[in-house]
Write a protein that binds this ligand. Structure first.
Ligand code: ZN
Length: 402
């Protein structure tokens, strides 16, 4: 079995476990969970052969995982096999759920994802958050979290943690929003504002979008650059199955890579940043349209109808993306680029000029560009799945809290 895609935060449950007997037991519990998650349903013998432990050792670990509600027995395997039939085991659809939340510039969303990856509850509200102070925004978000948790608990599930995606820079403490220019937030400790009853992780929306692609995307390679847009543009660089976060946790700010050094002023203090050419509002402005609520829907609809101004604006946005991406690709040499978020919905009109720019400018063969099927759901799903991954990576820690 290949190792599962892994992403560990410095303070998260995925940290290295101590090399003691307890540490060994915890690692083996994680190996059992990952085996059943990746290849289940599996019998005890099937798990044993996959992870190289004796069947007796696996039985002890499985019993513990069943007792704590992380695995469940599906009943005897199909008859007709030689020997005593083993019982098939699957990750539980009634145990912990990961709660994912997203603070967008004009929406709030929360969902609960179970260990099987199914969304079990969801709530969303359209609300203009730009310029709103963090307190009321978080209060509204907390209301949605409580609604989703209550719905999940009604189905016998329990929250294992809360992960929040924000459109801004997040410190490596995974709770402080250092700067979110499109919300107007600076140095906001979300950990102090959000409910304290669950383990909390806050991360940049582009990071969660990239992780969602790593965990849920179709045939995603281990090295790729995920580029997504809302009003801002963010990138997540995945190297050997892990996010490259940078020294302060601020890596991936592709939106503030200069495309034209003398271009329009940007909220970051610079000039001619990519965001000023390929962010949703910049494209609307360029096409002579007012920024409304469904910006991507408006642009995609007009482009599909053949509106020449919208098509030109998207073509120019594709060119700007190509220029900014050329620098990233020449420097980093990933296996592919994945367009997510709003860019996924606009890809048919961005790709031709983007790819033309890449093939003109990159050294060597052009890097393939694909479109995420997760679209704007990526960050929210990535947030919820990060909690699920933490459960799989250290089931013992979660069982202790159950
Ligand atoms: Zn900028």
């Amino acid at each position: 079995m290949t190792a599962p895609p892994h992403e560990a935060r410095p303070t998260g449950p995925g940290r290295a476990l101590p090399d003691t007997q307890q540490g060994m037991r915890r690692r083996n519990l994680a190996r059992v969970m990952h085996a059943v998650h990746a290849d289940g349903p599996l019998s005890r013998a099937g798990i044993a052969s996959r992870i190289g432990l004796t069947r007796a050792a696996v039985s002890t670990l499985v019993d513990e995982l069943i007792r704590t509600g992380l695995l469940e027995e599906l009943g005897p395997e199909r008859p007709g096999r030689v020997g005593r039939p083993g019982s098939a085991l699957a990750v539980s659809g009634r145990g912990p759920v990961g709660i994912g939340a997203e603070v967008g510039v004009d929406h709030l969303a929360v969902c609960a994802v179970d260990l099987r990856g199914d969304v079990r509850a969801r709530a969303e509200r359209h609300v203009a958050n730009r310029g709103r102070s963090p307190g009321p925004v978080v209060e509204e978000l907390t209301g949605l979290v409580r609604q989703v948790v209550a719905e999940a608990e009604g189905e016998g599930l329990w929250p294992a943690g809360l992960a929040v995606a924000v459109p801004g820079l997040v410190a490596r403490d995974a709770r402080t929003v250092v700067r979110a220019p499109n919300l107007g937030w600076q140095d906001v400790d979300l950990g102090a504002l959000l409910p304290g009853e669950f383990p909390l992780t806050v991360d940049n929306e582009a990071n969660f979008g990239g992780l969602a692609e790593l965990w849920l995307g179709a045939d995603t390679p281990a090295n790729f650059l995920h580029v997504s847009a809302e009003i801002g543009i963010g990138a997540a660089l995945v190297v050997d199955g892990s996010l490259l976060r940078g020294t302060r946790g601020f890596a991936g700010e592709l939106g503030h890579v200069p495309v034209h050094p003398d271009g329009p002023e940007c909220g970051c203090g610079g000039r001619g940043c990519l965001e000023q050419y390929a962010g949703e509002e910049a494209v609307l402005r360029s096409a002579g349209l007012e920024p409304g609520e469904d910006r991507v829907g408006l642009l995609a609809g007009r482009a599909a109808d053949g509106d020449p101004e919208v098509r030109r604006a998207l073509r120019e946005a594709g060119t700007a993306l190509g220029i900014a991406l050329t620098g990233a690709l020449n420097l980093l040499d990933p296996q592919s680029v994945v367009l997510g978020g709003a860019l996924a919905g606009l890809a048919p009109w961005l790709l031709p000029s983007l790819e033309a720019e890449l093939s003109r400018r990159t050294a060597g063969p052009a890097c393939p560009v694909s479109v995420s099927r997760l679209g704007p759901e990526g960050p929210l799903l990535g947030a919820a799945h990060s909690v699920v991954r933490a459960v799989l990576d250290d089931p013992a820690a979660v069982a202790e809290r159950a």
